[in-house]
Design a protein. Structure first.
Length: 197
């Protein structure tokens, strides 16, 4: 499997992105060398796509598949794409505060620590539906790792489309998010323009 090994802060800097969207509270003090240069229209579109891929940890081919699926759905393609990315299991685990960073959320899912409706799921790209109950499974709850995570993420704001019980490491999806509920700084219209060429 392909893994992006570029340092997170370096990548954030090149995309003009705050590391907080990935769960990191560090800040880079360096300036981007290309900060003042004029970017072409294609360059802007490409940067938005790279930003979305980087935030959600999705590679090019699956991202393209999400786009094609979003294009076939009713409504705005860009909004459908963002909602689909937000519904990924690793993203939901991060939003619920069961992981400090998005990469850690992906690892938690991969290590079979997550149950959806009582069934263990270890696929980070699994799409959550409204009414699903997501929890950290019994055996893993008592691990020191989760106590540390809850300490760090306890004060994090939980999106209004989910209910979370931090005591029992359990959450319910009340309804699917709308684009307004997703606080990711990506202009999805530019991604649609890029792919529809």
């Amino acid at each position: 499997m392909a893994v992006n090994r570029v340092p997170v802060l370096k990548r954030c800097r090149s995309l003009g992105l705050e590391p907080a969207y990935l769960g990191y509270d560090k800040k880079s003090n360096r300036q981007n060398a290309r900060a003042g240069k004029k970017v072409s229209e294609y360059g802007l579109q490409l940067r938005e796509k790279q930003k979305a891929k980087f935030i959600y940890g999705v590679l090019e081919k699956p991202f393209r598949n999400y786009y094609e699926k979003a294009d076939r759905m009713k409504g705005m393609t860009g909004e459908n794409l963002m909602i689909m990315l937000e519904r990924r299991l690793d993203s939901v685990i991060f939003r619920m505060g069961f992981a400090r960073t998005r990469r850690e959320a992906r690892q938690v899912v991969g290590h079979k620590h997550v149950c959806v409706n009582g069934k263990v799921i270890n696929i980070p790209s699994y799409l959550i539906k409204a009414g699903d109950v997501v929890e950290i499974k019994e055996g893993a709850r008592s691990m020191q790792r989760y106590k540390d995570i809850v300490e760090v993420t306890g004060g994090r704001l939980v999106p209004e489309w989910m209910d979370v019980d931090m005591e029992n490491l359990k959450g319910t999806i009340k309804n699917l998010p709308t684009r307004e509920m997703i606080d990711v700084p990506v202009n999805e219209m530019l991604i649609v323009e890029l792919y529809s060429k």
